[in-house]
Design a protein around this ligand. Structure first.
Ligand code: ADP
Ligand code: MG
Length: 251
């Protein structure tokens, strides 16, 4: 039961391979952490999978459908690294816009909006223009907009950058709640405490997945007691050897 499956997925920018025959498999219902240094190709991978970027070659299925395919757009939630909202509109208007985009009725939007604004603690800011909010608050609105249509699979690209630790913990409570409801979550992060919360993590480097596994097992395998060291271990052995084989997670 795979939510994402790629086979030799490649994305070139000119002569540069941002994704180099990427093999990625995400199991339905898991929280999968996509890790790796800046420039590894995490954002490119996500943008290809959500249909915003055209792949160069290889194949990819999301929720069993070969992408790109407009038909699954409404099953996908995507929170971009650079928050994308209408800053000249209020928080409420943004949520309504995204809800309508996915064909929700006013009533459906109202119910979901109330729930989400409570969760991101912005109930009192509903009628404020987004441009007047702080960076962290904009992030929270962006996450709420991403979740409004209850997607089956969520791609979150560094959703917690600039979010304070207390709210970060709240985000994770919510991610876990989504998971309990069967949502698949793919998240990129530089915070190793977050990576530890993932069911599995994959390390990307130069457009490839160079290692993958369950956080505790990765630490055991690399003889380290924290993911940061394990990550460094993989980052430095990447070129010298192939490193551990991604286990792929089965099919
Ligand atoms: N539009 C683009 N044109 C050319 N190169 C790009 C473009 N977008 C990303 N890249 C390059 O592709 C590589 C992967 O970028 P990205 O996917 O953003 O990595 P990550 O999210 O892991 O930091 C980087 O070397 C980046 O400079
Ligand atoms: Mg990125």
């Amino acid at each position: 039961m795979l939510a994402v499956k790629t086979d030799k997925l490649t994305k070139n920018y000119g002569d540069f391979k941002a994704l180099d025959e990427l093999e990625l498999q995400v199991i339905k219902g898991e929280i999968y952490g996509l890790l790796g240094p800046n420039g590894a190709g995490k954002t490119t991978a996500i943008k290809v999978l959500v249909g915003l970027l055209k792949k160069t070659s290889g194949t990819a299925q999301v929720l069993d459908i070969e992408i790109p395919n407009k038909q699954i757009a409404s099953d996908i939630g995507f929170m971009p690294q650079e928050t994308a909202m209408y800053i000249g509109l209020t928080v409420h208007q943004n949520m309504e816009f995204f809800g309508k985009l996915f064909g929700m009725t006013k009533e459906q939007i109202a119910i979901k909006e109330a729930e989400l604004l409570k969760f991101v603690d912005l109930e009192d800011w509903k009628d404020e223009l987004v441009q007047n909010l702080s960076g962290g608050m904009k992030h929270r609105v962006s996450l709420a907009c991403t979740l409004i249509h209850e997607p089956d699979i969520l791609f979150l690209d560094e959703p917690t950058v600039g979010v304070d630790p207390k709210l970060r913990a709240n985000f994770w409570k919510y991610f876990n709640k989504l998971k309990e409801n069967g949502t698949t979550v793919i998240i990129t992060t530089h915070y190793m405490d977050e990576a530890r919360n993932c069911d599995r993590v994959g390390f990307m480097r130069q457009g490839k997945l160079i290692a993958e596994g369950i956080p505790n097992e990765i630490m055991k395998d690399t003889g380290t007691d924290n993911l940061e060291d394990a990550f460094l271990h993989y980052a430095t052995i990447g070129e010298a050897s192939d490193g551990p084989t991604p286990d792929g997670g089965g099919e």
